[in-house]
Design a protein around this ligand. Structure first.
Ligand code: 2BA
Length: 107
């Protein structure tokens, strides 16, 4: 058995969790904070049989792949006016750890 820890952005966590649950995986979500940016992210815990790890990673990736999005941004001018223009930002991505499980106990 393996334990998967997947750190994803808060924006993707719900879709990742839904995809895993629909795929028959048991999922736990933890609210976590990145040490570098100190921004909130979500750590998803999945315990599963060895042969199902690839499927879980595929589902996580399908809902959290790093991608570019266009978002509106504003710039202010000294004359008190603001202009809105689109900028490209990188969103999503997942950091995944897969570990061996020595024991799995439910009491
Ligand atoms: P990512 O490498 O995609 O990491 C996203 C988040 O995943 C991290 O958030 C952290 O919560 C977790 N994570 C990544 N690698 C990990 C590991 N080896 N062990 C434990 N947790 C891990 P943040 O720490 O806030 O980092 C956000 C982004 O800032 C990172 O994106 C990376 O692009 C950059 N970054 C992180 N540490 C850096 C450093 N020391 N120097 C330069 N850039 C860094």
């Amino acid at each position: 058995m393996k334990l998967i820890l997947a750190i994803v952005s808060n924006d993707d966590s719900s879709a990742v969790s839904t995809a895993l649950t629909k795929g028959g995986f048991s999922v736990t979500r933890l609210a976590t904070t990145g040490g570098f940016l100190r921004a909130g992210n979500t750590t998803i815990i999945v315990g599963c049989e060895d042969e199902k790890v690839d499927k879980a990673i595929e589902l996580i990736g399908s809902e959290s792949k790093r991608r570019t999005e266009i978002v509106p941004s504003t710039a202010s001018y000294d004359i008190g006016r603001y202009a809105s223009f689109p900028v490209e930002v990188q969103v999503g991505g997942a950091t995944i750890f897969v570990m061996d499980v020595e024991q799995f106990i439910k009491l």
